[in-house]
Design a protein around this ligand. Structure first.
Ligand code: SAM
Ligand code: SF4
Length: 456
């Protein structure tokens, strides 16, 4: 068997950026002649694209790797690789622990993966490459994306913020923004291939533009808003400190940019925020929420929260609960603090007991669920715009899609509406889902409006 008939399965852990990296690599591998395979047991090559943000994410991969030992030791031609954040963090150490891993490839070496696979298949032995040698650019294959109607686009890599708990700046390197024209061109390609919604990705996406001579995320949003065929734009993840009025005005004023901001607060306690090195106090976060709500009618905000950061007291945690209840987030992602070697916070004693972390995690999720129930129940009777994804996973007789504020909406309608914008009246809700009835499909009305505007 030559290398070009080999099949590759990529198993992805972690955030949207990892999911996107896997899609980009899949395109790159296809161009190099490798065929995709979803089942790791049937694939000739298995690659784990990994996350290092919490120890738990690493442990899951480590245990999965162990399960490949027999096959890796016995089967000639089987290739096992670890790529991404954990490969970057552990490097040679991974091969010392798992000598049957053939490829360890860090976050800035992903473009070199196809070449390394050929080398390994040709019998030249294992490869470890964790060089962090600067920006690189995948040649995007537009058809490889999260869903037929939705696509991620990376607008920047890395992070310069160095929050005390976070491994990202170490494993993904310094912040580098992609040139504006390059991003716009990629979005054009995606829209021409049928993507209706694009999600612009960066660890700190609202600081987009560093090193580009004064370009900002607001400028990028304005340009992407002009792309024909596109119906919606979102961007993830924003840092509260970088949420300028210009960005908020762009969200409020551009028709395709959704009224949804993911801006992690992490904590409601000033003492904890200070030790986390987040660079803002809770009052500044509240002020950012007020500015967003003043400037963007109907905006919803989502947050990440961390519980059990070193030194977090009951009173600190109460401040976080208060913030969550007061802001009434559209969604909250809650994480238990996990010490990451090499970060500033790893020097502090990890002194919040495990059971206390678990209880705070539970209480925060419960508070969010109360917010969810109230928020979605209050939407009954409203008319919303939904971009239809396709049949609902829970009930294939119905369609499922997302509102502009990122709520899941389920309703009856013909399958042909997949990928189209519809007006839906909400008739019922559960904490996580809106149920509605179809009023009318508004396919391409925004595109039509754009065309009219250009013709004037
Ligand atoms: N860039 C985003 C920001 O500034 O909020 C978040 C990126 S981080 C990969 C995603 C989330 O993981 C963070 O918002 C944080 O809540 C969580 N996280 C990061 N480091 C963590 C750690 N050491 N332990 C637990 N959760 C962590
Ligand atoms: Fe990590 Fe902070 Fe950068 Fe987000 S902003 S990726 S939490 S260092």
């Amino acid at each position: 068997m030559d290398d070009t008939s080999k099949t590759v399965c990529i198993l992805t852990f972690g955030c949207q950026m990892n999911k996107l990296d896997s899609q980009l690599l899949r395109g790159e591998l296809a161009r190099a002649g490798f065929a995709p395979e979803d089942d790791p047991d049937r694939a000739d090559v298995v690659l784990y694209n990994t996350c290092s943000v919490r120890q738990h994410a690493e442990d899951r991969v480590l245990s999965r790797l162990g399960a490949h030992r027999r096959r890796a030791m016995r089967e000639d031609g089987f290739v096992l690789g670890v790529i991404g954040c954990m490969a970057q963090r552990l490097g040679e150490g991974l091969r010392r622990k798992f000598e049957f891993v053939d490829l360890v490839c860090g976050t800035e070496a992903l473009l070199r993966v196809p070449g390394y696979l050929r080398q390994i298949i040709a019998g030249h032995g294992p490869v470890v490459d964790v060089r962090q040698d600067g920006p690189f650019h995948f040649d995007r294959t537009p058809s490889v994306r999260v869903s037929p109607h939705r696509a991620y686009t990376s607008v920047m890599r890395g992070c310069d913020r160095f929050c005390a708990y976070c491994i990202v700046p170490y494993v993904r390197g310094r912040e580098v923004s992609r040139p504006l024209e390059e991003v716009v061109e990629e979005v054009r390609l995606l829209a021409a291939d049928g993507a209706r919604e694009v999600i612009l990705l960066g660890q700190n996406v609202n600081s987009y533009g560093k090193g580009l001579g004064g370009v900002t995320l607001a400028d990028l949003l304005a340009r992407v808003n002009e792309v024909d065929g596109l119906a919606r734009i979102r961007f993830l993840t924003s840092h509260p400190k970088d949420m300028s009025d210009a960005i908020l005005d762009a969200v409020g004023g551009l028709d395709k940019v959704c009224e949804y901001l993911h801006v992690p607060a992490q904590s409601g306690s000033d003492a904890v925020l200070r030790r986390m090195k987040r660079g803002y106090a809770a009052a500044e976060y509240r002020d950012m929420v007020d500015r967003a709500r003043d400037r963007i009618p109907g905006v919803e905000l989502a947050s990440d929260f961390m519980v059990g950061f070193p030194g977090e007291t009951d009173a600190d945690f109460q401040d976080t609960l208060d913030l969550l209840r007061e802001v009434r987030f559209q969604q909250s992602f809650v994480f238990k603090y996990s010490a990451r070697p090499g970060t500033k916070a790893a020097e502090f004693p990890d002194d919040v007991p495990k059971d206390v972390k678990m209880e705070r995690n539970r209480l925060l999720l419960k508070a969010q669920e109360e917010v969810d129930s109230g928020r979605r129940a209050a939407m009954v009777g409203q008319e919303v715009e939904v971009l239809v994804d396709g049949p609902s996973k829970a009930d294939a007789a119905k369609l499922s899609g997302r509102t502009r504020q990122n709520d899941i909406a389920v309703f009856r309608g013909p399958d042909e509406l997949a990928g189209r914008l519809c007006r839906v009246r909400i008739v019922d809700s559960t904490p996580l889902t809106l149920f509605g009835e179809l009023l009318r499909a508004r396919a391409d009305h925004r595109d039509a409006e754009n065309t009219e505007r250009r013709q004037l």
